[in-house]
Design a protein around this ligand. Structure first.
Ligand code: PRP
Length: 209
């Protein structure tokens, strides 16, 4: 392959699963990504580069065409809401849910709830569809603290095992979305690099079950 292809992956807990899938189609980083501070890595496939980004930045890089492809959580895609990319494949990794959660013993609640979340757009959409008015408080992490401290009545957050909720005396209340990691592809790159990208999508489809 002489054409350069760049795939943006997310640092953090899904990175290992993302690399495992790529290894199954014969693409492996030429150095250990977990022990390096670098952000761009060459791979065993000539011209195929990996870029390691924060999750929320993956769709931005793909939309702008800096990365041709990306592996991005559906939570991030729903929140980002871009249209410069296709989502051709559910990679079936990073499976979790976005849930509404609250204190185990909530006690009486006001009619209009305060909801803490980093998924502001998704949360707005969810309650708007139900016709329920809420006040949303944007947080960047440690969401579980919000109901415990009285900052918010409930949270909308990622739940995977449920251990974090449980450890903080919270319980899941309602499911907002089912989440997994998707392959995304820049729309123009799919046209101009079709002969490289299409076989890759087919290969990945073959190893994701
Ligand atoms: C997510 C989420 C919860 C936790 C849930 O955070 O915000 O804190 O995972 O997982 P569990 O149900 O298996 O306990 P993450 O570790 O992704 O870090 P973040 O705060 O940076 O999003």
């Amino acid at each position: 392959m002489s054409e350069t292809l760049t795939l943006a992956v997310t640092k953090g807990r899904v990175l290992k699963d993302s690399l495992d899938i790529l290894a199954k189609v014969g693409i492996e980083p030429t150095e250990d990504m977990s022990s390096s501070r670098k952000l761009v890595f060459e791979t065993t496939r000539p011209g195929f580069r990996l870029m390691v980004l924060r999750g929320m930045d993956v769709p931005t890089y793909v939309e702008q065409g800096v990365a041709d492809l990306g592996m991005s959580g559906r939570d991030v895609l729903l929140e980002h809401g871009g249209d410069g990319y296709y989502e051709p494949l559910d990679l079936r990794i990073g499976q979790c849910q976005i849930m509404v959660a609250g204190l185990k013993d909530e006690g009486p609640l006001p009619k209009r709830l305060r909801i803490a979340t980093k998924f502001v757009n998704t949360t707005k959409r969810f309650y708007a569809e139900k016709g329920v008015q809420v006040d949303i408080i944007k947080l960047y992490g440690a969401m579980e603290l919000a109901p415990l401290t009285g900052l918010a009545h409930r949270i909308v957050d990622i739940v995977e095992t449920g251990n974090t909720l449980k450890a903080n005396g919270l319980v899941p209340i309602e499911r907002v979305e089912i989440i997994s990691t998707y392959l995304i592809v820049n729309k123009i790159a799919l046209k101009t690099k079709h002969q490289y990208i299409t076989p890759l999508i087919e290969g990945l489809a073959g190893v994701t079950g």
